[in-house]
Write a new protein. Sequence first.
Length: 297
Amino acid sequence: MSSRLRRAVLAVTLPVLAAGALAACDDSTPAAVAASPAASSGAAAVTETRMVTNQGHRLAFYVTPGHLPAIVLDAGGGEDATQWKDLVPRLSAATGSEIITYDRAGLGHSDEVKGAWDVHAAVSDLEAGLRELKVTKKVILVSHSQAGEVATYFVRANPKLVTGAVLVDASLPQFYTDAEIARVVAATQPQVDAAKAAPSTKETRQLIATAQNYAPMHHAYHKVTWPGGVPATVIVSEKTPFDGSPEDAQWWRDAAAAVAGAGPDRTLVTAVGSSHEIPQDQPDLVLREIEKMAQRS
């Protein structure tokens, strides 16, 4: 697999060790005074930072007030809530909904958790946050990349809470055949080895934690299905994370089509010309599809 493809695979499946991520995850910035995504973009709506404790660690949630349905934006691998900073004020103005973003454990201003990254623990964190925020019904999940895994398990556990989802080039179960898992593990091993050899930082620790349980976690994920009765819009990028590897790119698109085609209340949307980073490449498309889902709810 080429070095270009290795970087692409890493961006989808493991936290990204990029300059932007290092700045976003600076441990020296106190969580209590962190600027919220909407506030930092100059939005008129006031976004409140709420720290939520779950199983001994704290998580940063950012809440822009509004009515139901509440729209929860979950960032991709290695990204924190600032991935959505430009979309939050536009979404708030367009829908009037309560908008919630958050930093998953180990990212942004949320505490790190020792051990391997566990999608079920991530689901528990999101459940705890929404419970603390008293969001008990009519949630629309918007999940990019790795957050698609959190969304799939979360919706299965809370089908009556979620009224719809917009999966943005999301990591979906059908992609993770035995062959694909083996390819991903092989492709990312050099970066994982380099992280282990490098000085320990929040970012390298998160990378190692995500890689630690990667294969068994995704073998299990491959057997999971999106629950019936919960509408989903599946947005897939034209280039996919695997631009440069036609075989892998096609398998990624096929996985998206399989999820979208498995129920009558699902829609497949192709972000023509977009890279994997659809929220940045085509924010208008993402906004439009979230608005449609909010209207359905």
